[in-house]
Design a protein around this ligand. Sequence first.
Ligand SMILES: *Cc1c(COP(=O)(O)O)cnc(C)c1O
Length: 434
Amino acid sequence: MYFYGTTGVNKNGHLEIGGVDAVELATKFGTPLYVYDVALIRERARAFKQAFIEQNIKFQVAYASKAFSTVAMVQLAEEEELSLDVVSGGELYTAIAAGFPPEKIHFHGNNKSREELEMALDSRIGCIVVDNFYEIGLLKEICHEKNVNVNILLRITPGIEAHTHDYILTGQEDSKFGFDLQNGQAEQALAEVLTFHQFNVLGLHCHIGSQIFETTGFLLAAQKIVEKMADWNHKFSFEAQVLNLGGGFGIRYTKEDEPIQPSQYVSEIIKEVKKLTEQYQLSMPEIWIEPGRSMVGDAGITLYHTGSSKDVPGVRKYLAVDGGMSDNIRPSLYQAKYEAVYANRPLAQSEETVSIAGKCCESGDMLIWDLPLPQSAEEDILAVFCTGAYGYSMANNYNRIPRPAVVFVENGQATLVVKRETYEDLVKLDLPLK
Ligand SMILES: *Cc1c(COP(=O)(O)O)cnc(C)c1O
């Protein structure tokens, strides 16, 4: 087995995270429990930034907060001097409530409402990543009514789809996001936004996929966009100050995944953009990136108590935990794979293969198939690794299961950063029949 960040085994033979015993965490805060290794998040943030700093390139590393958006996480992003991506009024509200500097917030989304855009302008956020023609029209109206100017990026779909080890070049991209580069919509959008004097068009944005393990997709996207930037420089005298290449950097969920280092993504991207801008005689833009999963994914571990089990002779053994698709929907939604150990004896030899089931009324509510583990016993605590991204942020109340608490651990200290939902919370918004 392998450990991430500060995760290891302590003298009691228990799993330890951030210098804190995982069994004690489960006892103190209850289960299911999301535990975050803060030092590892800081390490990731610094690694992404360092590569830019070393090469003296202007940059922003914007944490894509949809991966895990809470007040404490946003404050941690501020401590690490990151920028922040939000994709909804709720994420924007969280950022503002956390006291995040609004000028470092970028607002994404393919269907931002009037209320959300007004909130963004009233909060004086750093920029809006404009996604479609409807939004251009709406944003013009609002800027006009409020008599304010706004920084924008245009979201481009460059015709590259990247996913893990594959990337697909498509003439025209079939995506709900952004302006298509090939069919001329991106150019049409640019022409429109450049003529509206309340828009300050900072540059261009693209996001080509998620859980990407190679740099090729990013480099191809940069090629397509910089080539167009040269075109648009001639046509419109437009020089992009910002080239935002999005997020999607892959992480290791299981031993099969082989991620590359943040510094490698960044240095290869810088090299390519430098080369291309020199080739087309453009000035070097600021490079922005938007890691979400890779900032928090492997820093998160979910702790569960195990409960019932069911043997189907000759088929498999199911072992159920006290959570499931309500706290981690990714296995049911995307067949996502995870690894796990018993936190109370992480180094014990595997003796059986079990499949970890959730407790929701849904056959598809499975967390891990065919996991080798020691013989199960009562009072075991299962620690599932790499649940830090899109776990809590996708948590739900299916079967009216309260959402778990979130704890940050660092230097031997555990801090509760999200309280466990209560049954009262679950009915708080309900109104009686009459
Ligand atoms: C989701 C998203 C990200 C983050 O993706 P990860 O795979 O979590 O790194 C970044 N930018 C945009 C525009 C996104 O939609």
